[in-house]
Design a protein around this ligand. Structure first.
Ligand SMILES: [Zn+2]
Length: 218
């Protein structure tokens, strides 16, 4: 999953209002951020195979450190602890658990779309494979994003028209990126793909910090 993960960010922002949406954007993609860095370092591997799945050219055959049950639990706990410690926020336990859940949500939301490449234990890999169908993938990703957004709007009540407009433009951009990503799957090399992914996650997180800028944050 790609932009759908941000649905979890929006929904979680509706619950954990003291944390900037930007940090939640980073948290829900943290596993993919580490994955992209590990791809660049040659630690995790993929093949770009045109036509591999209808909505994805990525043959993600080796990513046991980021996209496995134990790997994702490890990163979730680590990021939760670090965030709780460095944020200086009170109720560290709650904040830590909250961020840990945000990070772990990535693994959960990857399950519907990935083919069987998410390692649970031993040789057991799971994934419901909706990437086999471009339309279903687009609808699932968009639905999760918009559902999270509507929860966010209900619970955070954006103050100004500009704030609201900025938010809708941002979500429209995410939906367009979602379309391009699914209907024009990448044909670049794994390293270029990893760099593109890192760039996208960075830009989206900056946007999220900006639209949430007048709220209290870490
Ligand atoms: Zn992922």
């Amino acid at each position: 999953m790609f932009v759908g993960h941000y649905g979890a960010s929006f929904a979680l922002k509706g619950i954990g209002k003291r944390i900037s949406l930007g940090w939640l954007f980073v948290a829900v993609q943290f596993l993919d951020i580490v994955w992209a860095i590990f791809v660049l370092l040659g630690i995790e591997k993929l093949r770009i195979t045109p036509g591999f799945l209808e909505a994805s050219n990525l043959d993600l055959y080796y990513m046991p450190f980021t996209h496995s049950l134990f790997g994702s639990l490890f990163w979730s706990v680590l990021v939760g602890i670090l965030f709780a410690y460095f944020s200086g926020m009170t109720s560290k336990k709650k904040i830590g658990l909250f961020i840990a859940f945000a990070v772990f949500s990535h693994f959960l939301f990857d399950i519907p779309v990935h083919s069987k490449d998410l390692l649970v234990f031993g040789n057991l890999k799971i994934g419901l494979g909706f990437w086999n169908n471009a339309l279903y993938t687009y609808l699932i990703e968009s639905f999760v994003l918009v559902a999270g957004l509507s929860w966010y709007l209900k619970s955070t009540n954006p103050k100004s028209i500009i704030e609201k407009c900025g938010l809708f433009v941002f979500v429209a951009i995410l939906l367009i990126v979602n379309y391009i990503n699914i209907y024009f799957p990448s044909t670049v090399s794994p390293n270029i793909f990893a760099l593109e992914a890192l760039f996208a996650y960075f830009v989206f997180a900056v946007f999220a910090f900006m639209i949430d800028k007048d709220k209290e944050r870490f």
